[in-house]
Design a protein around this ligand. Structure first.
Ligand code: NAG
Ligand code: NAG
Ligand code: NAG
Ligand code: NAG
Ligand code: NAG
Ligand code: CU
Length: 604
């Protein structure tokens, strides 16, 4: 087991209680994640076909190209979401939140590869009212670019009291999440897990389901953004706590001593997981936070990584793994530590990296083998690399290690190479903003760029930061970060190839493993470094490309990539525009004429 790391030294004994003082309803509303009531997942939904096949047929994760051979099962998975305000105490500290069906984290969406997912989202946010829109992170939205959920880019926001039905295909499989994409609303609580079952070569016995890792703030997102974007403000506001599946304890005494009168319960309750002795468990890790890079580990257990984002990888072993906001990892863990004693208890940890501003960076959950007393506190020691491993702020997991299981080589020279610089500045009112390729973006909720394209209007205002790649089939993007912070870059509508990521400038030619580069939808550009991405621009639509740190996106660190605009117009232009796109915009236009929409940030 590990050397004494940074974590154990610093986790206060005020945070390690495992007997919950609050009931689940008070901490997480109707969510059951992180409790023994959350069921293990099936390997897939439904039954084998009459001829003994999986719903996705005989396709495999090692022998079939997800992007070109995605099946169509004909099954439809339907969900009803109601978004509303609520009052809960995920870590014992009571606060105003935004909830999906009264739950934090929100309900899990589950489907098989090749199914259609239909989610009817009803905006019930009141006192005060607010628009909303939901993004399905990592989904390609092939043939449904209007259901990507980025307000001002792919749709008008959903008006309070109205609903919008998203309908899209599970064309990739693995682990992901959904979150509001309206302002920084998701930091207020509108997040939930998504599991798409698909083929897997890796063998395991039990699917434990989602493990959501998120930094946590005690103030509503709106107030935080207002302060950050006020004259003299800055986006480095420290988080108050760090949660695993929406739970953690909080040191209420210190808050009270500092004069904070908010209701607060110490030892509110941490997440608990059951391991079956000797069995192999699949855990689906998601960084669903607003800002911080997470370093995840389980004392005494090695993890075998089998997927990064929606991409299965050749299995590799780690004792700790870094995940920036938006990133996911599927890991296998065998319950054979401590001589496979079935009474064993271990800490699960997630530590925020040092470069992420945090008052309490250490999240804990407890892992109980099948015969352990579930009210015993673990006394296990962290792995040596459980804390922040180095100064790269989460960009350190080598590209060499992460090799996709199904190999796709880099396809020749790109038709377009776009250099995009990240810069921070203070405008004339002393407001801290980001420039991404020279523009601090601000979307227009009333005129989403996708609507404009379909209507044949290509006069995008400069602040929308649209990059029109025309009919280019291959696009290379060189992201240059001269600043001191890491930025998890997320592209909607595609998985990209990661060609290079290292300190300093790119030499213009080095490509890591061109025969099979890392593919995923979110990758960190490190401090004082570069990130070179390439994607096959074959998905007609308009796709946000942004830093997934909520505060940075709010500060204008957003662009939109328009790919195959001629094809967008040919398929959906003019009369062929989907009726629901026009409907949601008519409703927003009417509402925003009678209500002052306080767009405090970039909008996305
Ligand atoms: C997979 O199934 C398809 C038909 O469903 C069949 O044509 C094909 O030969 C099968 N492939 C393998 C490798 O079994
Ligand atoms: C919306 O919220 C109101 C209270 O503000 C509640 O009465 C109503 O039932 C909610 N609607 C739905 C569909 O949950
Ligand atoms: C990973 O560790 C497991 C034991 O936990 C071992 O069986 C396996 O061979 C290792 N895999 C690799 C790729 O090293
Ligand atoms: C600075 O940015 C803020 C936030 O976008 C904006 O409200 C303000 O008008 C800007 N000031 C100037 C002088 O452009
Ligand atoms: C194009 O859209 C913009 C709004 O984004 C609008 O101001 C402009 O009038 C439109 N142009 C035409 C020709 O409709
Ligand atoms: Cu950023």
């Amino acid at each position: 087991m590990g050397v004494l790391g940074r974590a154990i030294v610093e986790v206060s004994s005020k945070l390690t209680g495992v007997v919950a003082n609050l009931v689940q309803e008070e901490t997480n509303g109707s969510s059951r994640l992180g409790t023994f009531l959350f069921p293990f997942l099936a390997f897939f939904l439904g039954n084998l076909t009459p001829d003994g096949q999986y719903p996705w047929g005989n396709l495999t994760d090692w022998g079939n190209d997800q992007y070109t051979e995605s099946p169509a099962t004909g099954a439809v998975r339907t969900y009803d979401f109601v978004i509303s305000r609520g009052l809960i105490a995920p870590d014992g500290y009571q606060r105003d939140v935004l909830l999906v069906n009264g739950a934090f984290p929100g309900p899990m969406i589950e489907a098989n590869w090749g199914d259609m997912i239909v989610v009817n989202v009803f905006n019930n946010i009141s006192s005060p009212e607010e628009g909303t829109a939901m993004h399905w992170h990592g989904f390609l939205q092939d043939d449904t670019p209007w259901d990507d959920g980025a307000p001002g880019v792919s749709q008008c926001p959903i008006v309070p009291g109205k609903s919008y039905t998203y309908e899209f295909k599970a064309s990739l499989y693995g682990t992901s999440w959904y979150h509001a994409h309206y302002s920084a609303q998701y930091a207020g609580g509108i997040v939930g897990p998504i599991v798409i079952h698909g083929p897997t070569q890796a063998k395991y016995d039990i699917d434990l389901g989602p493990v959501m890792l998120s930094d946590w703030y005690h103030r509503p997102y709106f107030d935080l953004i207002k302060d950050m974007l006020a004259p003299g403000g800055s986006p480095s506001v420290p988080s108050d706590n760090n949660l695993i599946n929406g739970k953690m304890n909080f040191d209420c005494d210190t808050a009270a001593a500092a004069g904070d009168k908010t209701p607060c319960t110490p030892n509110a309750g941490i997440s608990k997981f059951k391991f079956q002795t000797g069995k192999t468990h699949r855990l689906r890790l998601v960084n669903s936070g607003a800002d911080g890079v997470q370093r995840f580990s389980i004392d005494g257990h090695t993890m075998t990584v089998i997927a990064n984002d929606f991409v299965p990888v050749k299995p590799y072993n780690v004792t700790a793994i870094s995940l920036a906001v938006g990133q996911r990892a599927d890991v296998l863990v065998t319950a054979n530590a401590a001589g496979s004693d079935p009474k064993s208890v271990f800490w699960m940890r997630s530590d925020l990296a040092k470069c992420s501003a945090a008052k309490q960076p250490f999240a804990l959950a407890a892992v109980y083998y099948d015969q352990a007393d579930p009210e015993t506190a673990p006394s296990s020691q962290p792995w040596a690399d459980a804390g922040d491993p180095d100064s790269t702020c989460g960009a350190s997991d080598d590209l060499d290690k992460r090799e996709p299981l199904y190999p796709i080589p880099v396809r020749g020279e790109p038709a377009v190479t776009k250099e995009m610089k990240i810069e921070a500045y203070r405008n004339a009112s002393d407001v801290f903003l980001f420039l991404f390729d020279g523009v601090s973006a601000r979307v227009d909720y009333n005129h989403p760029a996708l609507d404009m394209v379909m209507k044949g209007n290509m006069s995008f205002p400069e602040v929308s930061n649209v990059k029109d790649f025309g009919s280019a089939k291959t696009v290379r993007v060189v992201v240059i970060n001269k600043g001191p912070g890491p930025h998890p870059m997320h592209l909607h509508g595609y998985n990209f190839y990661v060609l290079s990521s290292s300190p300093g400038d790119w030499d213009g030619k080095t490509i890591v493993r061109p025969s099979n580069p890392v593919r995923r939808d979110t990758e960190v550009v490190r401090p004082h470094g570069h990130l070179v991405l390439q994607f096959d621009a074959n998905n007609p639509g308009i796709w946000a490309f942004h830093c997934h740190i909520g505060w940075h996106a709010s500060g204008g660190f957003v662009a939109s990539f328009l790919t195959q605009p001629d094809e967008v117009r040919r398929r959906w232009g003019g009369d062929r525009m989907p009726g629901k796109m026009e409907q949601v915009c008519r409703e927003w236009d009417a509402w925003s004429q009678n209500t002052v929409v306080d767009q405090i940030d970039s909008g996305t």
